[in-house]
Design a protein around this ligand. Structure first.
Ligand code: GDP
Ligand code: MG
Length: 597
């Protein structure tokens, strides 16, 4: 395709405003898949994404569209995730495109992530086409929502496209807008190859697959390519595009988005944001890369079965290839043995990685209490970045501790404003701003990150009956009165359950966790004491009473098969437990114990 007839675009939206439905509809209308191949939400291909109904990995698809001007255009759609935890993936996808479709639910209006995403698109110099979706709904108010987009974002909506992605109404209007309103990419086919490494993942059959956006030059089968950041050289084996099926091609030219494979075995060779060039005639300088992502939540991941350590290491390397925003490093725990300290963009991100490890790699894991990154300033003038509460130095060498803060933007209907404000206050929030957009309040708060990582999002949804939307950006560090709470089970310190909290809330949290653990740890043949301590001072205590009889006793020695079944079941249960001194703690206790309510 000549470069003037290529259009590269993303779809950005607040969650549930219809991004995936529109993407599916575009694929269907342009005939990229037959009706039989068209399963619902084609782009959300990961099993996990389907179950949770969210888009995690950015996906891409090439569409062919013959426009009203009679010419056939190549449209490259990059899907982006909508949840706040995945803003990093959004920024990468945007860097590979020239324009965005901004989808807004006409019955809901502008939400917190509409704003966050549109600001990212503006930063990426995108041409933005507003799309009002769900106009089939009786509650749709396209005129009011257009006015809102103009007032809040400042985008001209006189050419906004009104559609129903669900019924398929006016999808052609979207395709025409793409062709007539988005700019074609720019690039020089005769210059040395410069391709942006947008994404990469591990495929069981093909090995490492790399998603590229060609800026200059051509990328062909058999070509020797060089990764500019590492100097690694590879021979290209396959070149192709997603339709969304993988379709092999001879080459890719300027402006195009596609994939390559090159028998790459070392995952470390594929840094997202890197520039790929030709080995014999390399480009003089690399493309501007991506800002590195900064993990904000860390936790330890340990195999339940110590023999799985190597498998875990291998699986983490593959996941990291698939998700550059995920970080990890080896660590050891007195209680849990060898494992990894892992960094995430948020709690949802953590949960998803953990679930992928168990589903795709068949690993049984224990996750320790998630922690944000604290800055510990010592009396000797040093600053220590604390990723793990266990590493907190002795109080006598600490001058002060700083914790990370965020600036949260919350949009909520007036009726629920009161409960949202009290939730923010409860979480040590400081109000920065309160304005109105129609009958919706837009509140800006500064809140310590520690207060939101566990369950803020869930709580916000429940106090607002699902009507509040939320987005945040990191907003520096500030000094705080923080203490470490240690948990002792039967007198033994369980390092994996230590956590850091504000002094004012520490005792309450300690009591809460002891209470939870009491319910979560099964009774054993002896009494078990559960204690929470700040330094050497015990602030809470619970006791689990001893199990009265042998479990098999209730079978009255009669039914031998029943007895065996019971023992089997016990063994099964054991697999998900870890031994701490004499006590076994089930894996579920770790995360559950630490959720606040
Ligand atoms: P995403 O989170 O932005 O990807 O949103 P989805 O595409 O998953 O859509 C969220 C929900 O809205 C789904 O239940 C869709 O069926 C529904 N939906 C999407 N577009 C429309 C539309 O035009 N009209 C109506 N009535 N529902 C829609
Ligand atoms: Mg979606």
């Amino acid at each position: 395709t000549p470069i003037e007839r290529i259009r590269n675009f993303s779809i950005i939206a607040h969650i549930d405003h219809g991004k995936s439905t529109l993407a599916d509809r575009l694929i269907q209308v342009t005939g990229a898949l037959s009706a039989r191949e068209m399963t619902s939400q084609v782009l959300d291909s990961m099993e996990l994404e389907k179950e949770r109904g969210i888009t995690i990995k950015a996906q891409t698809v090439r569409l062919s569209y013959t426009a009203k001007d009679g010419l056939t255009y190549e449209l490259n759609l990059m899907d982006t995730p909508g949840h706040v935890d995945f803003a990093y993936e959004v920024s990468r996808s945007l860097a590979a495109c020239e324009g965005s479709l901004l989808v807004v639910d006409a019955s809901q209006g502008v939400e917190a992530q509409t704003l966050a995403n549109v600001y990212q698109a503006i930063d990426a110099n995108h041409e933005i086409v507003p799309i009002l979706n769900k106009i089939d709904l009786p509650a749709a108010e396209p005129e009011r929502v257009k006015q809102q987009i103009e007032d809040v974002i400042g985008l001209d909506t006189s050419d906004a496209v009104e559609i129903s992605a669900k019924t398929g109404l006016n999808i052609e209007g979207v395709l025409e807008a793409l062709v007539t309103r988005l700019p074609a990419p720019k690039g020089n086919a005769n210059a040395p190859l410069k391709a942006l490494l947008v994404d990469s993942w591990y495929d069981q059959y093909l090995g490492v697959v790399i998603l590229v956006r060609i800026k200059d030059g051509r990328l062909k089968r058999g070509q020797k390519i060089r990764m500019m950041s590492t100097g690694a050289v590879h021979a290209v084996e396959q070149v192709g595009v997603f339709t969304p099926k993988m379709l092999p091609m001879d080459d890719l030219g300027p402006g195009e988005i596609g994939f390559i494979t090159a028998a790459i075995k070392t995952v470390a060779d594929c840094n997202v944001g890197d520039t790929i060039t030709d080995d014999r005639t390399p480009a003089a300088e690399a493309l501007p890369g991506f800002k590195p992502s900064i993990p904000v939540v860390w936790c330890g991941l340990y195999p339940i079965d110590a023999d799985d350590f190597e498998k875990l290491r291998d699986s983490l390397a593959k996941l990291r290839l698939n998700d550059a925003s995920f970080h990890y490093e080896p660590e050891t725990s007195a209680a849990l043995g060898f494992g990894f300290r892992c960094g995430f963009l948020g709690l949802l991100h953590l949960e998803i990685i953990q679930e992928r490890l168990s589903r795709e790699f068949d690993l049984d894991l224990i996750a320790t209490a998630p922690s944000v990154v604290y800055h510990v300033f010592k009396t000797n003038g040093e600053m220590q970045e604390l990723h793990n509460p266990v590493d907190m130095p002795d109080g006598s060498v600490i001058d002060h501790i700083e914790e990370p803060w965020i600036k949260a933007t919350i949009m909520v209907p007036d009726d629920y404003l009161g409960s949202v404000l009290s939730l923010c206050t409860e979480r040590r929030g400081q109000q920065v701003d309160l304005t109105y957009v129609g009958n919706r309040a837009m509140v800006v708060y500064r809140i310590p990150l520690n207060e939101i990582v566990f369950d803020f999002y869930d709580r916000l949804k429940s106090v607002s009956r699902g009507y509040a939307s939320f987005d945040y950006t990191l907003d520096g560090y500030a000094e705080s009165d923080l203490v470490r709470i240690s948990i002792l089970v039967n007198g033994d310190l369980v390092d994996a359950l230590s956590f850091i909290a504000h002094r004012a809330a520490a005792e309450t949290r300690g009591r809460q966790i002891c209470g939870r653990l009491k319910d979560l740890i099964p009774k054993q043949l002896f009494k078990i004491a559960i204690q929470a301590a700040i330094g050497s001072r015990v602030v809470a205590r619970e006791t689990i009473s001893a199990l009265s009889k042998d479990v098999t006793a209730k079978c009255y020695g009669g039914d031998i098969t029943r007895k065996r079944k019971l023992l089997e079941k016990q063994k099964e249960g054991k697999k998900r437990m870890r031994q701490f001194g004499k006590v076994e703690i089930p894996q579920s206790a770790f995360l559950a114990a630490l959720k606040m309510d």
